[in-house]
Design a protein around this ligand. Structure first.
Ligand SMILES: Nc1ncnc2c1ncn2[C@@H]1O[C@H](COP(=O)(O)OP(=O)(O)OP(=O)(O)O)[C@@H](O)[C@H]1O
Length: 278
């Protein structure tokens, strides 16, 4: 029997991933991964480079499908959705990426208005009110007429955040939102993530490497490696849980459960020191 496309949304869990297995170019990125994202909380996803954090976000939005397993978002069985159902779901998800990806020829106002103009036929007066409300929420209503080239990195990130919340999403996915921010801008972005979470009840998923920042903003952290969740817990204490995974990842050790060497054939043989070679 195949899984249903829709189910009654779970009251406490917005995203439920079960047995997700994904192989890309012969590499097993996820190996029966299980993970829950609770509603109304900030959940951080951490892990070594190339472990599949961005790929995981793409499974949540349906941009990628696994080879096996389930990805449920608010009662939607994501891999089984039709194109139209996926669009409906994605309209309820906001994204914030590291590079902010603002449209360089448009001013701040038009950047935030862009998704509304693309996906709705709302009257101009309503678009103006929505855009100004979102810009006010990120503290940049006064910057509405600036071009992206006139913004600092932190301001650009906040404009992108205003754009990400333009449809009042239930979920925001942040991919590396702290990269390149000075301490003031970092503090502003952290505060905004927390405020959006607390005042609007938006569920947040945050992929980042900065544990100190994550301690300030996240309720729960998952550490992913080798295709699975290898540790999870409160970000303030996870580094002290004593597991070899957290010791290597948070202690910055180059070798450990995640090997320093990329898998390769026998070294001595490759150098010709064993019989049969050279
Ligand atoms: N479309 C694709 N086709 C083939 N391989 C892919 C594809 N997308 C990602 N990968 C591979 O999947 C793995 C996970 O990539 P991903 O970008 O999700 O990692 P990440 O944890 O976000 O890394 P980083 O911390 O460096 O951003 C990598 O080995 C990557 O090369």
């Amino acid at each position: 029997m195949t899984d249903p496309v829709l189910a009654k949304p779970d009251e406490r869990t917005l995203v439920r991933i079960r047995g997700l297995t994904t192989v890309l170019s012969g590499k097993t990125v996820f190996d029966a991964l299980d993970l829950d994202i609770p509603r109304g909380k900030v959940t951080a996803i951490m892990g070594p480079s190339g472990t599949g954090k961005t790929t995981l976000l793409k499974h949540i939005t349906g941009q990628m499908r696994g080879d096996a397993g389930q990805v449920w978002v608010d009662g939607f069985n994501v891999p089984r959705l039709s194109r139209e159902q996926l669009f409906t779901l994605r309209e309820r998800i906001g994204y914030l990426f590291q590079n902010s990806a603002l449209l360089t020829d448009f001013d701040v106002f038009e950047n935030v208005a862009f998704p509304l103009r693309q996906h709705t036929s709302l009257p101009e007066v309503l678009i103006r009110n929505i855009v100004l409300t979102k810009l006010q929420a990120v503290g940049l209503r006064g910057a509405a007429s600036l071009l992206p080239t006139e913004l600092s990195g932190g301001m650009a990130r906040r404009v992108a955040l205003a754009r990400a919340i333009v449809f009042d999403p239930m979920l925001i996915l942040y991919d590396e939102p702290f990269v390149g921010l000075d301490p003031i801008a970092l503090h502003q972005v952290l505060k905004l993530i927390r405020t959006l979470n607390e005042t609007l009840g938006i569920t947040s998923v945050l992929v980042a490497h900065e544990l100190e920042a994550i301690k300030q903003v996240a309720d729960h952290v998952y550490l992913i490696a080798n295709g699975k969740v290898v540790a999870q817990g409160n970000p303030k204490t996870i580094a002290d849980d004593g597991s070899p995974w957290t010791r290597q990842f948070f202690g910055g050790e180059s070798d450990g459960p995640v090997p320093f060497q990329y898998p390769a054939d026998d070294y001595a043989q490759a150098l010709g020191f064993k019989e049969g070679i050279a």
